[in-house]
Design a protein around this ligand. Structure first.
Ligand code: SF4
Ligand code: SF4
Length: 127
């Protein structure tokens, strides 16, 4: 099958959210050697979400170069759309993970808040 060329129209823009490098377990064995044990890549700088080996990152982390080797049988713009979709899912997952502790915190405080509110209401009711 003929290989599709890289289109300069479809451009992938990484916003450095770090969601992919923090969820390596989702990608199975392909990224296992990068996993520091908790699904986060050993090369990720947690302070700034940047790859410490960016210039020499593996092919599986390189959207443009990885296309040539693994995906060139599909049109480049489709590949970029698929990649962007994957990023959105990972971002949603990361957002969800951040929200869970907050929800737990709110639940923890709910009875206390509810009690306070009850007290206020009781005070509002005239004898
Ligand atoms: S999930 Fe996508 S946008 Fe976020 S760092 Fe990874 S490649 Fe970039
Ligand atoms: S090598 Fe770099 S780009 Fe690849 S997962 Fe690790 S931190 Fe992310």
């Amino acid at each position: 099958m003929a290989e599709n060329p890289i289109s300069e129209i479809a451009v992938f823009e990484c916003d450095r959210c770090g969601a992919c490098c923090r969820h390596l377990k989702l990608f199975g064995q392909a990224y296992a050697s990068l996993d520091r044990g908790d699904g986060i890549c050993r090369h990720l700088d947690p302070e700034n979400n940047l790859c410490r080996i960016y210039e020499n990152r593996p092919l599986i982390c390189n959207v443009r170069e990885g296309y040539k080797v693994f995906f060139s049988d599909m049109p480049y713009d489709e590949y970029i759309a698929m990649t962007v979709q994957g990023c959105e899912k990972l971002k949603a997952l990361m957002k969800q993970e951040k929200e869970i502790p907050e929800q737990q915190l709110q639940k923890k405080h709910l009875p206390e808040n509810a009690r306070e509110e009850n007290e206020l209401r009781k005070n509002e009711i005239p004898d």
